[in-house]
Ligand binder design. Sequence first.
Ligand code: N2P
Length: 424
Amino acid sequence: MQQRTPPWRKLAASLATVFVTGAAWAQDAGVLNIYNWADYIAPDTIRNFEKETGIKVRYDMFDSNEALHAKLVAGNSGYDIVVPGSHFAKQQIAAGLLQKLDKSKLPNLKNLDPAIQAQLAKMDPGNDHLVDWLWGYTTVGINVDKVKTALGGPLPDNAWDLLFKPENIAKLKKCGVAFLDSASEVLPIALHYLGKDPYSTQQADYDAAAKLLKSIRPSVTRFVGSGSDYIDQMARGQICAVLGWSGDIMIAANRAKESKTGQTIQALVPKSGGLLFFDVMAIPKDAKNVANAHKWIDYIMRPEVHAGLSNTVFYANPNKASLAHVKPEIAKNPAIFPSEQVLATMLPPGVPDQATRRIITRTFTNFKANPTAPVFAPNGTFTVSATGGASATGGASATGGASAAGGASAAGGASAAGGASATG
Ligand code: N2P
């Protein structure tokens, strides 16, 4: 039987509502906590928002989708806006970690390109949770002169051959080769390179990818993420080839030009396709400053604000109306806004099931940890096996000669985990 609520209770309840709402507002009015990738914003984006709204922005950066995902799963991240790749966001929506957007607070949605919205709807039906921040693709970046010299001939027709043909990448090792520390990108790319389904669920396919990765592992000298200094290292000529993100590579190219380092850096668009990503703004379920988060998303979708992001970091934005504000050399750069034809060659992001994710993680962890062990001779010198793999950083020479105790690390800080150690 239903009980009637006494009038005093009703009053108390409505007072409590007023109080709680008021408190939420007070907090909401003041701050906005954002968690985004490094090197992904214009110098005035935050400043202008703060000036106009009086809202103070705290802006933190993460280095991988995996790191952000772990924070969201743990809960109470403290963030009001996060920017996962759409393939990770799909899992986060399914797990109830992101909240629905209030579209009545986002009038600038009208500026977005329906084609990009349709892409995102594959991960977020109805575009209910996600708004694209920027998009780009994972690809091959090179230092043009160093790579040509190291190869001693022309570039291969398909840019992926530079990194996945052992005989090519072995020649690049001495000028520095970096791979993204990102299982969710490297595995689909490796499978696709082998002519297999990039989102295969078959262990046998991952075994084949593992074999491919093992064959090139001795020549990978660094693993990098967003915010590690691979952009600067490229700009300074300390890394000559990278499996990295399109815009980051173009930032390196631009930095090299501006600081006159004498290095020519180029983002290649592989013939068989790069791996597309869409990084999306979303509001965590437990965000405290939801009204401010909506203000931010709507602000970013202003044509000139979205254009400012592309103009600074060389990634495409989803904002059709922004194109008039994007610098012509950027709007017309096919490596930034690829043509329909090129887009059709690219791999879309995908979401493997949980069992496959475990296989992917395991395969990638083995890849990173698996520079073939050096063979130590009784006199303390070591040699490298014919397949090549002495040290993670590869500083060790094939003739060996370093001491067993100090060999690989003396040659440049190799770590079994394949961490971000520097090489010469
Ligand atoms: C950071 C770029 C991140 C792109 N500068 C990959 N999601």
